[in-house]
Design a protein around this ligand. Sequence first.
Ligand SMILES: *Cc1c(COP(=O)(O)O)cnc(C)c1O
Length: 393
Amino acid sequence: MKTRFGEYGGQYVPEVLMNEVNKVAEAFEECKKDREFQDELHRLFVNYTGRPSMLYEAENMEKDLGGPRIFLKREDLNHTGAHKINNCIGQALLAKRMGKTRLIAETGAGQHGVAAATIAALFGMECEVFMGEIDTERQALNVYRMKLLGAKVHAVKTGSRVLKDAVNAAMQEWSRRCDDTHYIIGSTTGPAPFPEMVRYFQSCIGREARAQVLERTGRLPTRVYACVGGGSNAAGTFYPFLQDQGVALVGCEAGGKGVDTPYHAATITKGSIGVFHGMKSIFCQDKDGNITEVYSISAGLDYPGVSPEHAYLHDIGRARYIAITDEEAVQAFEYLARKEGIICAIESAHAVAGVLKEAKTMNKDDIVVITLSGRGDKDVAAIARYRGENLHD
Ligand SMILES: *Cc1c(COP(=O)(O)O)cnc(C)c1O
């Protein structure tokens, strides 16, 4: 089994977890080859998630920008409203196959927790979600959603009580109890095989988009944009295009209040190499190697690390990563709503902003795909607040 992307990746886990992580890796290798697993995955993607997701041509945007053709890959239309369900379905199927009866997950804003709780409900499995205490307060609605779905939510009170602490708590719980429990990591992060496995389950995004663009235009896109938090929707979007050298891949990170302030989560733009959460990758850290607190208006991009695969794609120059500020993301969020009637997730708005920012460098021969990783209902109150309006809920 390959555990690295160049020098990144690996399995930096305590002895007690090493065995379990390797069992997951073995099960994953078997699932890839197993016809029954693939059929079941496909059946759920079609009947439960609603795949393939639509590829929508944003003609109003095209007219307004006067340059490229622009296609939106609509992961926002998936059941539960984002791409996270793709990964949860895949890993829950794998867990079932391994004989597990209980799922645990970490969550920041609650999107991954809700997706994990959803699939646990469908499969009749137990589910417990670890969430930083601060996040449980900020995202009370998603906490209640998870409870409705039958999951138990643990408010994590250690460290800075945010996402990175929730990951630590979930890892600890997994090492205490891996006999009946699978830990569904929510992004392309953690020890091998998780970065590769999560990308595998998310690759439906890029595979479908590639075929859909070919069918609609007779050509491959010239550029593909996706937002990057831990990097799963971007990795799943990029992967099927990696061999297509004419396709530029652009990851949009959270520039927050600016990458020259401490308030951002632009890991590749500003971070350095380290080891954390079971992997070697790039992290936002101080010069002593302490992981720093990160910030973004978008809770889904608010992670101090990034997938080892993105660190590698950046190093070899196959993908390019840019930072988008809160202000640029909010403007793109509002722009897409008014121009196309689509309220996308504030995370996804970072990818839209990347295109708005670079549109002047493109021309009529360009074909652009933007992955809309999720829908924006969850963000409406925060955008209003950003604009100085307070909504009552
Ligand atoms: C969680 C989330 C993200 C960020 O996660 P990745 O692993 O980087 O894809 C982006 N968009 C939405 C809508 C999310 O919920």
